[in-house]
Design a protein around this ligand. Structure first.
Ligand SMILES: [Zn+2]
Length: 389
């Protein structure tokens, strides 16, 4: 077989899989799989495992303690160059138990609806079919490994080490989060850190002993103003104190108060600079007698474009064009697992089927993009040999 005929076999086979893709998607969307519902996330993993096993693809289950188990599927390549092609996707959603029954999988006017339909069960389906196509016809210039993880929506506390270990061995990484409805994929992402500041003051009756009290709430207010002042929109650096609580009663000087901070930034240097500035605000007592601590609750790393990742995008854009659609690379303020992978290998994010309104009941998938997005990924992989990546 020539490479050309392998390519046409892979692309032609994928072209005929629309209905089976929709059926697999329906099975996945029908299962509730909120991040904290380990049983549900594992059920989605089991649907993935059954599909891949039926296509003679090796699947290993990497058990996790709190969240959904990770699945690692691999399709070997003979005479392959070193370095795996890594496909990534997460099985968890942001939706509570019962959502799939309240809002069952539905297709109307070539849009598919249901919890997690675009973020990112359609991407999981796409990865399954790309693996199946190469398992069937061969032709990949490198082994293809796919990870199906279970806790991305909360920052991948358990999935992160699994992803990083695999990304270290990867030649390129494709994350199948949904493409934008404009057709665009994501070539850069912000980093993000969620933190809690906790402030201690001193309780006192605010009518009788006002001079003896120290208000943690007043200190929190001053710290929030100082933190807000760090936002620098020209540099795409933002700080948001999105949750606050504190105090004991209206007539007590507040003995304690806390605020949760969401920092978004672009480069690792921005991170260091902003964390130092936040630390200085936490250390400083605007109101004498207060003290404060800072705890980091979760962190996503930024996806910083490199020469190699730009080249990967160019290859993808060419593959898209050969498939019949146009795409551009865009920068996203939201965070994803791709930030963890991008430190180790050229990474492209949001190469999954197109959709909009993730994390809301209005979430939808453009169902007719499932086949072409799978074909573009397959073309990209087929064209890797000799690309220099
Ligand atoms: Zn997602």
């Amino acid at each position: 077989l020539t490479t050309r005929s392998t390519e046409s076999q892979v692309i032609t086979w994928l072209a005929g899989q629309h209905d089976t893709m929709v059926e697999l998607l329906r099975r996945m969307v029908t299962i509730d799989s909120g991040t904290y519902d380990k049983v549900g996330v594992d059920k989605v993993g089991d649907v993935v495992r059954q599909f891949l096993s039926a296509h003679d693809i090796q699947v290993d289950i990497l058990p996790q303690r709190l969240y959904g188990d990770c699945l690692r599927a691999s399709v070997p390549a003979k005479d392959a160059d070193p370095g795996n092609v890594l496909l990534m996707g997460h099985c968890d959603t942001v939706f509570p138990k019962g959502e799939a029954a309240r809002r069952p999988f539905l297709i109307r006017d070539s849009h598919a609806y249901g919890p997690g339909v675009m973020d990112m069960k359609a991407g999981l389906v796409m990865n399954c079919f790309v693996l199946a196509a190469f398992a069937r016809f061969g032709g990949a210039p490198a082994p293809i490994v796919a990870l199906f993880t279970g806790d991305e929506e909360i920052g991948s506390p358990e999935g992160r080490p699994v992803l990083e270990a695999e990304a270290r061995r990867a030649r390129i990484v494709l994350n199948s989060e949904p493409a934008r409805v404009t057709g665009n994929v994501v070539t850069g992402r912000k980093g993000g850190i969620f933190m809690t500041m906790r402030i201690t003051g001193k309780a006192a009756h605010s009518g009788v002993h006002f001079r003896d009290g120290i208000s943690a709430i007043s200190e929190l207010a001053r710290k929030i103003a100082a933190i807000d002042a760090l936002t620098d929109l020209d540099r795409e650096i933002t700080l948001n104190v999105g949750l606050v609580k504190g105090g004991q009663s209206v007539n007590t000087m507040a003995p304690s108060a806390e605020g949760q901070i969401d920092l978004r930034y672009v480069t690792p240097a921005d991170r260091d600079e902003m964390m130092a500035k936040i630390a200085a605000i936490i250390e400083r007592s605007f109101i004498p007698g207060t003290s404060a601590t800072l705890t980091v609750n979760g962190e996503f790393l930024p996806m910083v474009p490199t020469e190699a990742s730009n080249k990967l995008f160019e290859l993808y854009a060419a593959a898209a064009s050969a498939t019949g659609f146009q795409t551009k690379g865009e920068f996203a303020g939201s965070c994803a697992d791709s930030g963890f992978a991008a430190r180790f290998a050229p990474t492209l994010c949001a190469v999954g089927p197109e959709g909009l309104n993730g994390h809301t009941p209005e979430e939808f998938l453009r169902i007719d993009t499932m086949v072409p997005r799978a074909q573009a990924c397959a073309r990209l992989i087929l064209g890797l040999g000799g690309s220099g990546l």
